[in-house]
Design a protein around this ligand. Structure first.
Ligand code: CMC
Length: 431
């Protein structure tokens, strides 16, 4: 196998080294192209650009493979939980029992918010979008922990263990508190004896007159949802986190930028769009058949929760989430959800329809994740917040890769300028 490719430009030839990944993925290193030829590469939207090497996550979209640190997602979903998987994603190895209890203790210790931060949260208007609250509150953590957010990577890395536990633990409290504020409800403080997911559900749903105690099935559905979202290599928000980190920014600022990117409907908003779609189909008295026909004809909306830029096979996360979903529904006593019935019909029709099969359009993680959130009582405008809670370990791990890179260069893509050629300034009275 060649270890370089030769590019011929006019009468000049340049060798581009081949970079090979652990699983045989291949890329061409064009790092010296501009210096040697004056050309840059052009790849609108980065669809064919490897922006970095990374040890965190491996995806093979053709086959439907997802692995964190080498471990198949199916094994982690069956045998691990979100906290342990978060440790794995962040630190690179599964924790020993000592490391795992230390990590859990750190998460418990850092769960409560500074009272100043609580006042900050209660000062947002009630109708604020929870992603606006989450991104600003996460960034503000740097103000409460200035020694962890020095914007000097070497110093920030010294406190990485604490900073990463603070980020993971506090986003959960921030999310729950902002929900309570938006409803005008009293805040619930975290309980040191509760697990990560139980604590989140308690902070969301306990009332002074009624303690919310989730069933194990409900807690495990949430656990699974978060675990399945823990990382997904160089997607839009993760690339944003790395970009911001490459300028030397601290963990909280970099992760907050990831929340902003995730907020966009083309990225983190699809699980909400699935529910909207199912509600509209239901309101139209359709069982999904008419909707599918319109989607195929390009006359209606796309079938949300189907198709993926990377997966050209069943998204492995969708398979896993679907099976846990039924257990959670049974435990919540939900027997006949009309939206679920429509979702199942849509899936059945699409998986047997040549339009979807020939285009390799399969259910993605969002097809069922919105339904899970809905069954757990999470309001729709918080679905993307839930995605952010799950994605936090990935953002942290990817920030660490950038911060710990001794050869780090600021990420600075080039462009092809297509604006006006040089022209002379026109005084205002002549315009
Ligand atoms: N429903 C109907 N037709 C579709 C769909 C869909 N959901 N997705 C793609 N197509 C068709 C599309 O019209 C095109 O047809 P043709 O070749 O006749 O023009 C063909 O399939 C290829 O589509 P594309 O837009 O070039 O594919 P893409 O890889 O650029 O888009 C996608 C991927 C996820 C944006 C797209 O499949 C989509 O819009 N899906 C619905 C939204 C959704 O569920 N998004 C969540 C993604 S998973 C979240 C995550 O992992 O972070």
């Amino acid at each position: 196998m060649a270890n370089f490719a030769t590019l011929k430009l006019d009468d000049k030839e340049i060798n581009l080294p081949v970079v090979t990944g652990t699983e045989g993925e291949k890329g061409l290193d064009i790092g010296k192209l501009r210096a040697e030829t004056g050309y840059i590469t052009f790849d609108d939207g980065f669809g064919n650009t490897g922006s970095c090497t990374s040890n965190v996550t491996y995806i093979d979209g053709e086959v439907g493979i997802l692995r964190y640190r080498g471990y198949p997602i199916e094994q982690l979903a069956e045998k691990s939980n979100f906290v342990e998987t978060a440790y794995l994603v962040i630190h690179g190895e599964l924790p020993t029992s000592e490391q795992r209890s230390r990590f859990s203790q750190l998460l418990s210790r850092h769960a409560p918010l500074h009272e100043g931060m609580t006042r900050f949260l209660t000062s947002f208007p009630r109708e604020s979008h929870p992603m606006a609250v989450l991104s600003s509150a996460l960034n503000s953590l740097g103000a409460y922990y200035p020694h962890l957010a020095t914007n000097n990577h070497q110093r920030d890395l010294e406190y990485f263990e604490d900073a990463s536990a603070i980020a993971i633990s506090k986003v959960r409290t921030i999310a729950a508190h902002s929900y309570r504020v938006s409803r005008g409800l009293p805040l619930n403080y975290p309980r040191p004896n509760y697990g990560y997911c139980e604590n989140f559900l308690h902070m969301m749903f306990s009332e002074p007159y009624n303690e919310y105690v989730p069933t194990p099935e409900v807690a495990s559905a949430l656990n699974l949802f978060l675990l399945l979202h823990a990382d997904h290599e160089q997607n839009c928000s993760t690339s944003t986190v790395r970009m911001v980190a490459s300028a030397g920014a601290n963990l909280f600022a970099s992760a907050a930028s990831g929340v902003c990117a995730l907020w966009g409907p083309l990225h983190g908003g699809a699980n909400m769009a699935v529910i909207e779609m199912l509600k509209n189909i239901h309101a139209d008295g359709d069982d999904g058949t008419r909707f599918i026909a319109a989607a195929k004809a390009g006359k209606g909306d796309r079938l949300m929760g189907f198709g993926h830029r990377v997966y050209k096979n069943y998204d492995p996360r969708a398979k896993i989430i679907k099976s846990s979903f039924y257990k959670a529904l049974a435990s919540l006593g939900i027997k006949d959800d009309p939206l679920l019935n429509i979702a199942m019909k849509l899936e059945e029709v699409a998986l047997n329809d040549d339009y979807f099969v020939s285009r390799k359009l399969y259910p993605n993680v969002d097809f069922y994740s919105g339904l899970i959130m809905r069954a757990l009582g999470i309001p729709e405008n918080m679905f993307t917040v839930m995605f952010a809670l799950g994605r936090m370990p990935g953002w942290i791990a990817q920030w660490h890769e950038v911060a710990a890179n001794s050869k780090l260069k600021i990420y600075r893509p080039r462009q092809i300028y297509t604006g006006s050629p040089q022209r002379n300034f026109v005084p205002i009275n002549l315009r």
